[in-house]
Write a protein that binds this ligand. Structure first.
Ligand code: C2E
Ligand code: CA
Ligand code: CA
Ligand code: CA
Length: 275
């Protein structure tokens, strides 16, 4: 136990010590992996729910470390943020992802996740624009996904970055809508091109009435605000047909395809564009 500032006693348990050690191991391995360019973008299809045609892909980071094995993004992304690695990691991923996506048919968009800490860093917009200029990727084909948490830390800073991106034609979508500290006020202050309905609502759409009502309300709201909608985490046919019935435009989930590496994604596209 240690004594902190005002005489409060802070207890460090063995578990906390172990967790801190694990975090540091992941941090060190991740620094090495980013330098060696070993973190890879994978791509998950997003479809037009009505026609089932692919309209774009979301970039999802994948990392298998030599020593640690597969580390899921839910583990390494928060550590990258906490330990100041998210900038270089994100730049590596965006470069690789746009190098891949520039070979896809022109009408397909690429969406890319930004972490909350990147929305307080005023270099973020410039870095993104620098990378796509270098790889020659059309900004109008790029979409940035941000969460409400990312907007809340420093709304003025986030606003500035978002408007710099939108100025060159990059679209901005609000990710994980309906989770965390959602506030409808945010939709008035910011202009989003798209909203992504969180998997939590989609997975329960067939089982409970509240989820159904919430989804229908979100869809009505987006229609009024002129925003596109993508429902996330669609795993079953029944969920997809219900969402179409409610007028949801876009869908993403294992039903349509899991995240795949660049090569498998090319195969998927060859198949999709064969007819
Ligand atoms: P997210 O942005 O909400 O991404 C969607 C997550 O849902 C992905 O998990 C995806 O694989 C998963 N998913 C997609 N369809 C289904 C489905 O039908 N069922 C289920 N159960 N899951 C589905 P993943 O790849 O593990 O990523 C987790 C989170 O890590 C992401 O959530 C995102 O917040 C973060 N992340 C991943 N890649 C990046 C990145 O490059 N940059 C940043 N900043 N964050 C990333
Ligand atoms: Ca996302
Ligand atoms: Ca999401
Ligand atoms: Ca999420």
């Amino acid at each position: 136990a240690k004594r902190s500032g005002r005489g409060k006693v802070v207890v460090y348990t063995r578990e906390m010590e172990e967790a801190a050690k694990r975090t540091t191991r992941v941090e060190q391995a991740l620094r090495r992996a980013v330098a060696a360019e070993e973190v890879e973008p994978h791509f998950q299809p997003i479809v037009d729910l009505k026609t089932r045609q692919v309209i774009g892909f979301e970039t999802l980071a994948r990392w298998t470390d030599r020593d640690l094995g597969f580390v899921p993004p839910n583990v390494f992304i928060p550590i990258a943020e906490e330990r100041g690695i998210i900038g270089p990691l994100s730049q590596l991923l965006l470069r690789k992802a746009t190098e891949t996506a520039r070979n896809w048919p022109d009408e397909l968009f690429l969406s890319f996740n930004l972490s909350p800490s990147q929305l307080v860093d005023q270099n973020t917009a410039e870095q993104i624009l620098g990378i796509i200029a270098k790889t020659g990727f059309d900004p109008r084909r790029l979409e940035i996904e941000i969460t409400e948490t990312g907007l809340m830390t420093d709304p003025a800073s986030a606003e500035k970055i978002v408007s710099e991106l939108r100025a060159v034609g990059i679209r901005v979508s609000l990710d994980d809508f309906g989770t965390g500290q959602s506030s409808l006020g945010r939709l008035r202050e910011f202009h989003f091109d798209k909203l992504k309905i969180d998997r939590a609502f989609v997975s329960s759409i067939l089982e409970d009435k509240p989820s159904e009502h919430i989804i229908r309300a979100i869809l009505a709201m987006c229609e009024g605000l002129g925003m596109d909608v993508v429902a996330e985490g669609i795993e079953e046919e029944g969920q997809a047909s219900r969402l179409v019935q409610f007028g949801c435009g876009g869908g993403q989930g294992y039903l349509f395809g899991r995240p795949c590496d660049a090569e498998a994604t090319m195969g998927y596209l060859r198949e999709a564009y064969r007819s």
